[in-house]
Structure formats: C-alpha cells, structure tokens
Design a protein around this ligand. Structure first.
Ligand SMILES: [Zn+2]
Length: 308
C-alpha cells in the first residue's frame, strides 16, 4: 500500500478496532469533499453546518453497508429546515442537500440570540430515516426514529439504542477554516460488537473497557476532529493507545453526484403524457439537480414519453 494513502489526512474513512473489548470504530475526516458539497449552494451558516453534520453522520454510518449499495440519511421536520438528504455509495461518492424556509430560519435565529441552534430549533419535531439500498435483488432496509436529541449525533445514538439495541457512541464536528474559509468536517463512531465465541477477558473488564473508551472518545474536542494538522491516526492513538487500538486501511471519499442528462431525461419521460405535452409548450424546460445544483435544459423535441 502506498504510504501516501496510509497518511492522507482528508476525505477518508479510517476504520479501527480495540480488540480486547471487541469495540469497532470509524473516524471520518472531510476537507474538499464537504467544502464542495456545501459550496454548491448558498445556504445560511446554520443550514450548511447541520447539513455538513448530516453528511458526516451518513459517511460514518455507511460503514455498516455489507455489500455494494447506497446509504441514505434523511430528516423531515416541521421546523425551518424541512428536509435534509445525504447519501453515500460504497465507492465513497457523497452528496447532500437541504430544503429550508428562509423567513422562519431568520425568526428562529433572532430568538436564539447568537447561541448555537439545536436540532429542535432547526429541524423541529419529525423523524430521521436511514435507508440501505443494496441493489435490485436485495431487500431495501429502512430504519426510522423520531427526532429526540439536541444534536444529530444524539438522535443517531437514540436510534441505535431503541431500534437496533446496539451500544454506540457518535461525535460529529463541522467548522470553517477561519471566517468564510473552507468547510471541514470530522466524525467518530464507536460501537460494541460482541465477538463470536465470547470475550477473551472477564465481563467486568469488558464493561470497564467500553465505559473508558466512551469517556476517551468524548474527550476529543470538536476542534481536534477537524484539525488538518492532526492526522486521523495520530488522533486515534492519542485517544486509545493504552487500550491497544488497531487501525486498518482507509477508504477514500469524494463529492460526486449521480445525476446525468440521461437519467433526468428518463425521469421526465416517465411523467404522464399530459404533463409532457404541457412542458413541450415551453421553448426550454430546465431541471436543476437538488443535490449538486447542476441545471439541465431540454428542448421540446427532446421531451418524449418513454414508450413512444
Ligand atoms: Zn446532481
């Protein structure tokens, strides 16, 4: 393996394990990837920040995919941010967008008086859905949980406790490098995966190991999670070296949308004939991809039902 890949500090998923206590984890670091996604839109700061967190969470959780596929995280709420979508493919292609009400966001912000907005402030009441799509011949998995928590990380932890009975700890951080600088993001997840054939240490030690790892994990500061000068491996060793952390090969991630002219033409072609006839009255029909903000233009001649 080339050394460069081992040490590249940005746009990677770094899996790790703490074997004595059967803990598995992933550290996610994003630089250009998250900056590109958030810069494709002109989101107000709180919207960009929480979308950045949702993208980081989706990348952290995408490690649960066992086969080729797409992991999607979606929030729907009655607050100023109606919708957030973030998805990640097994190849590491990441994208995301948010829909929000600018007026309601401003009202909420003025009410908060400069304090950091929480998930209830921004998303309101609603739910978070996690979808795993592993292709045509597999069953689509979807998990849904009510929004309960001040941060997206708390909401996800709540989900694991409630629905999956998995003990997991998650930390997320999104920040800009200086005022109006490039966006950066970091995420850390630790989960308990009881080993087949039982533990090799006594039960009390396993409990202690888990509790200590959670305390160590929470000692990582939001700044450290996004610090470009602190390589992911160094951060992991700093946190968990006493418990024998082992790091594995990293997976690269990048900002890449799956939209294309052909794909959008196919969607338009699947509309009812009346709708297509109506679109053809306009000299140009423009469709903009919500994820990456790319616009595609179609002339009346290019619009036709799929079966014609
Ligand atoms: Zn797109």
């Amino acid at each position: 393996m080339p050394t460069e890949q081992l040490t590249r500090p940005d746009d990677i998923i770094q899996p790790f394990r703490i074997d004595p206590f059967a803990l598995r984890g992933r550290l996610v670091r994003m630089g250009p990837t998250v900056d590109r996604i958030l810069s494709q839109h002109e989101y107000p700061e709180p919207v960009a920040t929480i979308l950045g967190e949702a993208i980081t969470l989706a990348v952290v959780l995408s490690g649960m995919l066992k086969y080729e596929g797409i992991f999607t995280l979606q929030t729907k709420g009655d607050g100023p941010i109606r919708l957030i979508v973030a998805d990640v493919s097994t190849e590491g292609a990441v994208r995301g967008y948010a829909q929000y009400d600018a007026e309601r966001l401003e009202t909420a912000q003025s009410r908060m008086n400069g304090a950091n907005p929480s998930v209830p402030d921004l998303i309101g009441g609603g739910y978070i859905a996690f979808t795993v799509d592993q292709g045509e011949h597999t069953e689509r998995y979807q998990g849904i949980v009510e929004i309960a928590g001040a941060t997206l990380a708390e909401c996800a932890q709540h989900y694991f406790r409630q629905s999956e009975q998995i003990q997991a700890g998650i930390k997320l951080s999104v920040a800009r490098a200086g005022e109006n600088g490039a966006w950066r993001a970091g995420g850390l997840m630790l989960q308990r995966v009881p080993p087949e054939g039982g533990y090799k240490v006594i039960a009390d030690d396993v409990e202690d190991g888990w509790r200590r790892a959670m305390v160590l994990m929470s000692s990582a500061t939001p700044g450290e999670l996004v610090d470009p000068e602190l390589p992911p491996r160094r951060l992991l060793f700093r946190l968990f070296h006493e418990d024998g952390v082992r790091v594995f090969e990293t997976h690269p991630i990048e900002a890449r949308c799956r939209c294309s002219r052909e794909r959008i033409a196919r969607i338009l072609g699947s509309f009812p004939k009346n709708d297509i006839d109506e679109m053809r009255q306009d000299p140009v029909t423009t469709v903009t991809c919500e994820f990456c903000n790319t616009s595609y233009e179609f002339s009346p001649d290019e619009l036709a039902p799929l079966d014609s």
